[in-house]
Write a protein that binds this ligand. Structure first.
Ligand code: HAM
Length: 407
């Protein structure tokens, strides 16, 4: 049996790096007052079809959807934002102090064509600040994303930033873009996509399409006064926070809920799957899910891709610490003493392990444990490997205390 296509197991010692990336990405969120939340890995399908958008690839092609035994349509979450918003509405968090700042980390599922950095099961760190529309909050969110990457030691990444406007200006812009696209030489498939969401054509990577988009109207040139002022203020705050960015007027995200500030973090050492995170503001998501008319902003970072970025930059993080004492019983009689000593060491806060089974010493000395400091235990004495033997008749609490003092 093998893990399903597009999935993988995270095993020691690599799992230590995975944990370190996850912890480092979430630490800035905790410091900034974001509260941890957990939502189910599956939701009613409508949460995503209404939330993420009926026209997106994520909803039309990539969701793991099934009817449960009660006949309800259920979907494994393809992203975490819609579920968090569902919880925000269900628990009436909007009745309390705003913004409500939340973070979570967990599995997401998309039926995508697997390749390096693109999986069917992956892990996201997700954060959302809900209920307040303030450019300073947009800047906080973006800056926290940058902080997480910086704390990992990453340098070869870039923040792409734009504004996607809102209901006051996007419909007019959309009309302009449709008129522009109608005059281009596009294949049927692309035309169909343009009808559903013309903005997505801007993001088409094919050179023959990009070559025709040189004069395409851009959203940032058609922002309403209020969305322009919002975007200007976001950029001012980002400058104050020491965050640099690249203007990306053709940035189009794969999810439909974005309005105003929209961004992506790309890493230059990753090839085609270069987005290590992305997010933006979403004014309509709460209302689309039956909640009050409040906006939110947030991002998700792909833990798996960030780990690849860490490896691409050769960063040495999350190296397994090993134990502080590896207790080796010499002979069957010493076994009881060794087991007791390991228990006492652990109770005293010392990371300890011992050997199990009947394997010969040379087998385990050549394993991953080879570099761990050893405490050899005979039936009569115990001592750290290369130091003096303690003259205790058997291992006892006093032996543990001495070992703790001497180490
Ligand atoms: P997203 O851009 O779809 O945004 O995903 C965020 C990140 O998840 C990506 O930048 C990437 O690192 C990772 N990711 C996505 N798909 C895969 C995959 N198939 N395999 C491995 N990693 C993947 C969202 O999910 C939004 N919910 C973000 C957000 C939060 N917007 C507002 N709040």
């Amino acid at each position: 049996m093998r893990a399903p296509k597009g999935t993988f197991d995270v095993l020691p010692p690599d799992s230590e790096r995975f944990l370190a990336v996850r912890e480092t990405l979430t630490a800035p969120l905790r410091r900034a007052g974001y509260g941890y939340v957990e939502t189910p890995v599956f939701e009613d399908t409508a949460v995503f079809s209404r939330g993420v958008g009926e026209s997106t690839d994520v909803v039309t092609k990539e969701m793991y959807t099934f009817d449960d035994r009660g006949g309800r349509s259920i979907t494994l979450r393809p992203e975490l934002t819609a579920g968090l918003m569902r919880a925000f509405i269900e628990h009436r968090l909007h009745d309390g102090a705003l913004p409500v700042k939340l973070w979570t980390v967990g599995s997401a599922f998309r039926y995508e064509r697997p390749q390096a950095g693109r999986y069917r099961h992956f892990t996201q760190v997700d954060m959302e600040a809900l209920g307040v529309d303030d450019p300073a909050l947009d800047a906080e969110v973006v800056a926290l994303g940058v902080q997480g990457f910086r704390d990992l030691g990453l340098t070869d990444f870039e923040l792409l930033l734009t504004s996607l406007g809102d209901a006051t200006c996007r419909p007019q812009y959309r009309e302009l873009l449709v008129q522009y696209l109608e005059k281009l030489d596009l294949d049927e498939d692309t035309r169909r996509r343009a009808e559903i969401n013309p903005l997505r054509v801007l993001d088409d990577k094919r050179p023959e399409v990009q070559a025709q988009l040189g004069d395409a109207p851009l959203m940032v040139d058609h922002l309403s006064d209020s969305t322009r002022a919002h975007y200007d203020a976001v950029r001012q705050h980002l400058t104050d926070l020491g965050v640099t960015w690249t203007e990306a007027p053709k940035l189009v995200r794969g999810l439909d809920y974005y309005t105003k500030t929209t961004f992506e973090f790309v890493h230059h050492g990753l090839g085609s799957q270069s987005a290590i995170g992305g997010g933006g503001r979403y004014d309509g998501l709460s209302a689309a899910l039956g909640g009050p008319d409040v906006s939110g902003i947030g991002y998700a970072v792909g833990v798996d891709r960030t780990l690849l970025a860490v490896q691409a930059e050769g960063l040495d993080i999350g190296v397994a610490a090993g134990v502080q004492a590896f207790v080796v019983p010499l002979g069957a009689e010493a076994k009881r003493v060794a087991v007791r000593l390991v228990g006492q060491l652990r109770q005293a806060g010392v990371a300890a392990d011992t050997v199990y089974g009947d394997r010969a010493p040379r087998t385990w000395s050549s394993s991953a444990t080879a570099t761990w400091p050893r405490v050899w235990v005979s039936s009569r004495t115990c001592a750290p490997a290369s130091s003096t033997r303690y003259p205790s008749g058997s291992c006892s609490t006093s032996c543990v205390k001495r070992w703790g003092r001497d180490r």
